[in-house]
Design a protein around this ligand. Structure first.
Ligand SMILES: C[S@@+](CC[C@H](N)C(=O)[O-])C[C@H]1O[C@@H](n2cnc3c(N)ncnc32)[C@H](O)[C@@H]1O
Length: 294
């Protein structure tokens, strides 16, 4: 039981507990948990470590530390996570957005700049939007763009809607519950997606923090991990505006197989991007013979 009576003491207590439990990044996690519970900032901990903490705050930090030691990811406990400078709420059926996915956002923004500038009214569709991470990050940089966030999960779409409103992009973001393109009409300048791409057998071997806390439907895509790409490759041409692009996140070893699927459907690989660890992570395709005329 934490005896801490001040913010500084509570933070030290949480850090010690997580360190003793062998939690990697324990110091950072302790800070995030304490800040979340006490609604304080890093600056508060440094400038006002003597700030008193209430019994309720102390008990809530204890509960959060217990959950963290039990393996629950820190952002799941807090219920939100930062992505591309946006604060995004999480819910049971949303994936925690990963920093690697920012590579996809950067690449699409670069293409938008190259093709005509940030200020164009770009039409974007984000398939498998989850928290809305990719779509909302793009809207944050492209001020006249409009995005449709598609997901099969109603829970994810409700969360994406809250995130859009909370971050000030609600007026340019709409949601659609659909099995990929099934309920989608119209054409888009950018079709973007971070679909599920993990093979069934890999899923079983994943770290418990991913397997037990990220929704399976957000991650697993059949025996070879390519089910979603097959569908996106086959159907994107019918939804792409002239000169448009398809940008997908991939698993580190999927560049060749995913490129093959898109090439077979009349696309050409325009660019490939690597993540922070240097793995192939994003592929951008343009239509060559894929049906792209309106
Ligand atoms: C890897 S997560 C990506 C979430 C978010 N875009 C991100 O990058 O953090 C994949 C998303 O695809 C959604 N999804 C899975 N199957 C789907 C389907 N058949 N149709 C539409 N979305 C689907 C999941 O619910 C999940 O939100």
């Amino acid at each position: 039981m934490a005896e801490a009576k001040t913010l500084g003491a509570l933070l030290s207590w949480a850090q010690d507990r997580l360190k003793q439990a062998g939690i990697a990044e324990g110091a950072l996690d302790a800070r995030l948990l304490v800040e979340h519970v006490t609604q304080t900032t890093r600056l508060d901990a440094m400038s006002r470590p003597e700030r008193p903490v209430s019994d309720t705050e102390r008990m809530a930090v204890e509960e959060a530390v217990t959950q963290r030691i039990a393996g629950r990811p820190v952002h799941r406990i807090i219920g939100h996570r930062e992505f591309y400078g946006l604060d995004l709420r999480l819910s049971p059926e949303t994936l925690e957005p990963r920093p690697d996915t920012e590579t996809l956002v950067d690449m699409v923004v670069a293409e938008a700049r190259r093709l005509g500038g940030e200020d164009r009214p770009w039409r974007i569709i984000d398939l498998g939007t989850g928290t809305g991470a990719i779509a909302l990050a793009l809207l944050s940089v492209l001020p006249a763009a409009h995005a449709v966030g598609v997901d099969i999960s109603a829970d994810a779409l409700a969360t994406a809607r809250i995130n859009a409103d909370m971050n000030g992009y609600g007026g340019r973001f709409e949601t659609c519950q659909s099995d990929w393109f099934e309920k989608i009409d119209g054409r888009f300048d950018f079709i973007v997606s971070n679909p599920p791409y993990i093979r069934e057998e890999i899923w079983r071997a994943l770290a418990v923090e991913v397997r037990d806390h990220d929704p399976r439907r957000a991650l697993v895509a059949g025996d070879d991990g390519l089910d979603a790409y097959r569908l996106l490759a086959a159907q994107s041409g019918a939804h792409l505006a002239t000169g448009g692009m398809v940008a997908v996140e991939i698993g580190y070893d999927q560049k060749e197989s995913v490129t093959g699927l898109f090439v077979d459907q009349g696309f050409r690989l325009h660019k490939a991007g690597r993540d922070l660890a240097g793995h192939d992570r994003v592929l951008v395709f343009v239509a060559e013979t894929a049906r792209e005329q309106t």
